[in-house]
Design a protein around this ligand. Structure first.
Ligand SMILES: NC(=O)c1ccc[n+]([C@@H]2O[C@H](COP(=O)([O-])OP(=O)(O)OC[C@H]3O[C@@H](n4cnc5c(N)ncnc54)[C@H](O)[C@@H]3O)[C@@H](O)[C@H]2O)c1
Length: 352
């Protein structure tokens, strides 16, 4: 079988994880790379052996050799590039979040449904090996009815600046950037129940804390602290039609003692924690048990999850198979995220 020929659109930080994983996949070959910054595209092409580089994604999409693309650009371009790519006859792996609004998501969904191409959303947390492990427990009904989920990703100093801090290009702050990962993960593990209502709060209190000295933090490829129009902190309570609920809080800036990452899901027969480390909780013989699975990686394995996401994308193309993170789920997440912002703005609960 010939290799699937891939184009990369956006050659910044996260594209490295895509390109490394394609390079490790014997059935994929990176043939073209596009970035607004020519030198960035050229440097990546040299490293990964791509023949063509572009600064205009339309030119990459016009290359008939390219069969599939990874879209690793700013969030404000995801909809436009996904739609153009599908219309150009390419399969698409688009980074999270799918886009910035429900309207954009509906347009992408329509384009995908009208085509014979597949679109996979980069909800990379779903592809972590520990998620497969937990799903095998869920399938055996080890936890009973899962009815409550709680997720926190609190950075006390972690506004990446640049486009991430520009609401026009990002669509929002920690909620749309890191909240999307854990909201999606919890919703996926709860069995993707239909959302009933959303209540949220969003705060712009501390700014990006770029004044802080003696402590380093992740910065975007084009770091710029001068502009910041996104929230510092968001929290939300999401109610589902089956009675389950999800409570979440996420921040870029907060007067917290330390950073925190926690994802916990609770059921009638047991529960589990995914972050910071996998642990299973249950009751046996009238005794409460905290069970620590003996596994290679107790926490999120970023490299393995990315490899699995890319491997699944290639397999889905080869076998004409629906991804486990389809466009419909990208749309559902956009409904949740935009409802949280709307609830915060209006100060009321939003019914979906
Ligand atoms: N899955 C994850 O864990 C994860 C982690 C980080 C970022 N992301 C997502 O990946 C995307 C990119 O984030 P990043 O951290 O790599 O940002 P980045 O700023 O490091 O890189 C983005 C690149 O896209 C290029 N670009 C922007 N618009 C373009 C266009 N129209 N055509 C061509 N190139 C364009 C920029 O020049 C830049 O090089 C975002 O959607 C982000 O949410 C996902």
């Amino acid at each position: 079988m010939s290799k699937i020929k891939v184009g990369i659109i956006g050659a910044g930080s996260i594209s490295e994880s895509h390109m490394n994983s394609y390079q490790n996949n014997p059935n994929a070959e990176i043939v073209a790379i596009c970035d607004l910054k020519e030198e960035r595209a050229k440097a990546a092409a040299q490293k990964y052996g791509a023949k063509q580089t572009y600064t205009d994604y339309n030119e990459l999409l016009a290359n008939p050799e390219v069969e599939a693309v990874s879209i690793c650009t700013w969030n404000n371009t995801h909809a436009e590039i996904s739609i153009a790519a599908i219309k150009a006859g390419k399969h698409v792996l688009v980074e999270k979040p799918l886009c910035r609004s429900v309207e954009e998501a509906l347009e992408i969904q329509k384009t995908v449904r009208d085509s014979k191409k597949l679109l996979q959303v980069g909800f990379v947390r779903r592809y972590d090996p520990n998620i497969g492990l937990l799903q095998s427990f869920i399938e055996k009904d080890e936890f009973g009815e899962l009815y409550y989920a709680k997720a926190s990703i609190l950075r006390r100093l972690g506004n990446p600046g640049g486009w991430f801090a520009d609401k026009e290009r990002s669509g929002g702050g920690p909620l749309i950037d890191i909240g999307v990962h854990v909201i999606d993960l919890c919703w996926y593990m709860l069995g993707r129940p239909k959302v009933k209502s959303v209540t949220g709060n969003v705060y712009h209190k501390l700014g990006n804390r770029s004044n802080v000295k003696h402590l380093s933090f992740y910065q975007a490829a084009d770091y710029d602290a001068s502009k910041n129009t996104v929230e510092d902190l968001a929290n939300a309570l999401i109610r589902f039609e089956n009675g389950a609920s999800l409570m979440v809080d996420v921040s870029f800036s907060l007067h917290a003692k330390q950073d925190e990452s926690a994802v916990k899901i609770f059921g009638t027969k047991g529960g589990f924690e995914i972050d910071p480390a996998l642990i299973i909780v249950t009751e046996k013989n009238d005794v409460m048990m905290n069970i620590e699975p003996q596994i290679d990686n107790k926490g999120f394995n970023f490299a393995a999850a990315f490899q699995n996401e890319i491997d699944q994308f290639i397999l889905n193309i080869e076998n004409n198979r629906e991804p486990i993170s389809p466009v419909e789920d990208g749309l559902e997440l956009m409904k949740i995220l935009t409802a949280i912002y709307e609830s915060a703005e209006k100060g009321v609960e939003i019914q979906l």
